[in-house]
Design a protein around this ligand. Sequence first.
Ligand code: ADP
Ligand code: MG
Length: 668
Amino acid sequence: MNAPSLSPAPAAADTPLLALSGVGRDFDSGGQRVAILKDIHLEIRAGEMLAIIGPSGSGKSTLMNLIGCLDQPSHGSYRVQGRETREMSADELARLRREHFGFVFQRYQLLAGLSARENVEIPAIYAGAPDHARHERAAHLLRRLGLEERLEHYPSQLSGGQQQRVSIARALMNGGSVILADEPTGALDSHTSEEVMRILQELNAAGHTVILVTHDAKVAAHAQRIVEISDGCITADRPNEHAPAPVAARERDTPPARNGTGAGMGAAFMQLREAARMALHALAAHRMRSLLTMLGIIIGIVSVVLVNALGEGSKQKILANLSSMGTNTISVYPGKGFGDRNSSAITTLNVSDMRAIAAQPYVDSVSPQIQSSVVLRMGNIERTAQISGVGEQYFRVQGYELAEGIGFDAESVRTLALDAVIDDKTRAALFAAHENPLGKIILLGSVPARIIGVTAPKENNFGPPSQNLTIWLPYSTVMGRLTGSQTLQNITVRIRDSAAPSLAEEQITALLKQRHGTQDFFTFNSDSVRNMVEQTTLVMRLFISSIAIISLIVGGIGVMNIMLVSVTERTPEIGIRMAVGARQADIMQQFLIEAVLVCLLGGLLGIALALLLGQVIQQFLSGDFQIVFSSAAIVLAVSCSTLIGLAFGFWPARNAARLNPVEALANQ
Ligand code: ADP
Ligand code: MG
């Protein structure tokens, strides 16, 4: 038999284990302070078995709650092992409850959602006992109390006497050197009462201090000392002459090794896991309610993820189209902008402008362009075609590849050569696939030209595919032999990769302004289009995302609401947990985890739904449009939902943690 762990310190052998002096407890009742306990003096020594007896309403339970550190005196002093409880923090009081006191209640106060064994284990979870030791000990205690076949039964499957034995096992789980039993037989028949009383006597014989509250003199007769209480005052305190013969001691067992404060990495992880398990339990018990609560979160997450995926997809699509226009190019056009009706009257953009631009250090290549349409003839085929007079660098500037033959060179430009490069559509219009077009002569109006090259098809994703036939000639040839005009329709400049497009654009503008004496031209930068597209899609995404965030906030408020309901519903459970030694932080953690879990589950369901919807939408979109799910958006969605759980769960969780244990227990 081990010595009780709450025993008098050897140095002060006569210090009582528990000492109340001048203790009073007042309650507010109908706006008035009512003294429920008045000037209580009571000393209890280790190993005593004491019955507190009195009529209903005399203040017995109130006194018991004070002794068990569930409640605190309004005035007077209560010392446990000589230590004043008034000076202890909430955590220290929780520790006393957890490690030294064991409560047995009239109505058992078991958690309905947990099995007998799990109920017994709760105090050890808060004490940080390792899994294995905990399971073993709970099973051992239940076996010793005759419940070996009921370990996995739920409270509703147990009789009153069996439930009370489970609650005694729970009181013993962490050692229970002081057992506080408030009307432990109040709900039991006389036979079962006898059984329970016998267990308490055996525990007392094994060294446990037992304090028993009852209104029943027959039950009180089992104790060695009887304290009578009436109207909040002790009216008698006497040894019981009719005390029963001593019973055989129950073997006293050692509680599992524990991590004193319940802190430490392993214990913290274990408690987190247990809290998550409890939270899942609670969610599973209210599946429909949880799902409806999650709905706001789900909708919010679906919209965030889907909008981002669609936005990213359309951006990539547009940018792909843009790069088909050639990268890093700046085009110069006459007039004030696209659609300027006067631009055809402006004749200042010419070949020497082009040469001046070509001489700039930031320029990679340059090509002018003049366009005109002609009747194209070869043999008996006659079609309208677009003539484009360009420089020798044009194909490089625009990113054209030649499928056959060669492009023209500086020499062709200088000599006004009648060399033509045709596009793939012109080739298809004039030649069969196996024919070689190179070297063939075509008539442009009345001017003959020799085909020297064919361009590879180039993707142009803006608008429907053009059916125009395009033929390129040196610009000098077009000016000198076809149109006679000396004015360029545009100059396209390819900027070196190392140069900044916007700076180059400024410098070209300055150069031409100086040459023309006025700004009668405008520039168009492919890069600025790219920026504009990125800007626009970003703005759209921010806009829709902010709507999604509002939905997330609404969802969060739903979570907060349901958590407040949950805290109210489970107030008795919170009381029980506090009575067996849970700290405020433990309760807070449990409800926070529950809130986070609801949101996280909502988030994950939302992501799954978004991926699914993405697949469906993809089916309805044209093949080359891709919905792009970014992992960043998914990570954002998950962390968003976790944060919402924390933020909106905080207040309900704090309400739960701040509940007064006595009031929580009384609330049922
Ligand atoms: P009993 O001896 O039956 O266990 P209690 O200690 O439960 O009596 O209650 C004693 C008296 O104190 C009762 O009149 C009860 O109404 C009152 N009382 C108990 N707790 C509170 C409380 N939290 N607020 C107001 N009155 C209370
Ligand atoms: Mg009572």
